[in-house]
Design a protein around this ligand. Structure first.
Ligand SMILES: N[C@@H](CCC(=O)N[C@@H](CS)C(=O)NCC(=O)O)C(=O)O
Length: 254
């Protein structure tokens, strides 16, 4: 979408249709030593339910984007899972692999929270319907665009419902760029709101010993989306700038 403001407004509608699930991140962090790997398409209704669960569980993962008519990770997906069904999760920490939102979210909650996935993250009819409507509200499908294959994965700080982060995730998906998804869900009231107009008055203090407090110490600011590209030594805030950077750096002129 060319007009950035319209793009963000449409993304607000998308998050609203899913009741802003994928905003809160748990205070309890159970990040395992190795990154779980998710084969994902940004506009797939089941993939969205899994990414909402990942934000809620405060888990970071490696994303292998599989847009429509994409090929970069589809062969690997087929080799590992036996078909092209999305979402597909591999957890190298346990050797488990699962297909489909219901199985994946059941596994993630059982493994990393020792409890059942909440109702709003189950792949039942209502959640799939709202997630389909959320995808439809973006007004287009995520189709692969010819792109440069990076040597190293990029890193994106995001949380699922973030209206500013969604267009960046869509672009990473279209360009089939693998990335580490760092989930930065809201852990307290002071985290709520855009970075420049938080609900909380006074100096912003993230909870201690969290990804948010580390981001503040290391980057001087807590805001998503935040992109790191080790292939070019680039780190940047601002969704509009990130989109322009990804297009200029990775998209083959069409
Ligand atoms: N102008 C920025 C706005 C980004 C922004 O406000 N992001 C929100 C999330 S959608 C944020 O970081 N809020 C503060 C927080 O989550 O701590 C952009 O386009 O990237």
């Amino acid at each position: 979408m060319k007009n950035h403001l319209l793009n963000i407004a449409s993304s607000v509608v998308t998050s609203t249709l899913r009741g802003w699930h994928g905003s809160a991140g748990s205070k309890q962090v159970a990040q395992p030593p190795q990154l779980p790997q998710l084969f994902d398409r940004e506009d797939d209704p089941e993939c969205r339910l899994v990414r909402e669960a990942l934000t809620e569980l405060n888990l970071d993962v490696m994303i292998y984007p599989c847009p429509l008519s994409g090929s970069r990770f589809t062969r690997k997906l087929t080799e590992l899972s036996g078909d092209k069904r999305l979402p597909f999760l591999i957890d190298p920490n346990t050797g488990e692999q699962h297909s489909g939102a219901q199985n994946i979210n059941d596994y993630l909650f059982r493994q990393y929270r020792q409890k059942a996935a909440p109702r709003y993250l189950q792949a039942g009819d209502l959640n799939l319907l709202t997630s389909k409507l959320a995808s439809a509200s973006r007004g287009r499908r995520i189709l692969a665009q010819p792109s440069v294959n990076p040597e190293q994965p990029l890193t994106l700080y995001s949380f699922e419902s973030s209206p500013y982060s969604r267009p960046v995730r869509e672009k990473l998906c279209e360009l089939e760029l693998p990335y580490i998804l760092v989930n930065l869900g809201k852990q307290q009231l002071a985290d709520v709101g855009p970075a420049k107009q938080r609900l909380h008055l006074g100096e912003y203090k993230p909870l201690p010993n969290t990804k948010r407090s580390r981001m503040l110490a290391e980057k001087g600011w807590v805001q998503v989306p935040f992109l790191m590209d080790p292939n070019h030594g680039v780190e940047m805030f601002e969704s509009k700038d990130i989109l322009a950077y990804l297009e200029r750096t990775y998209e083959f002129p069409g």
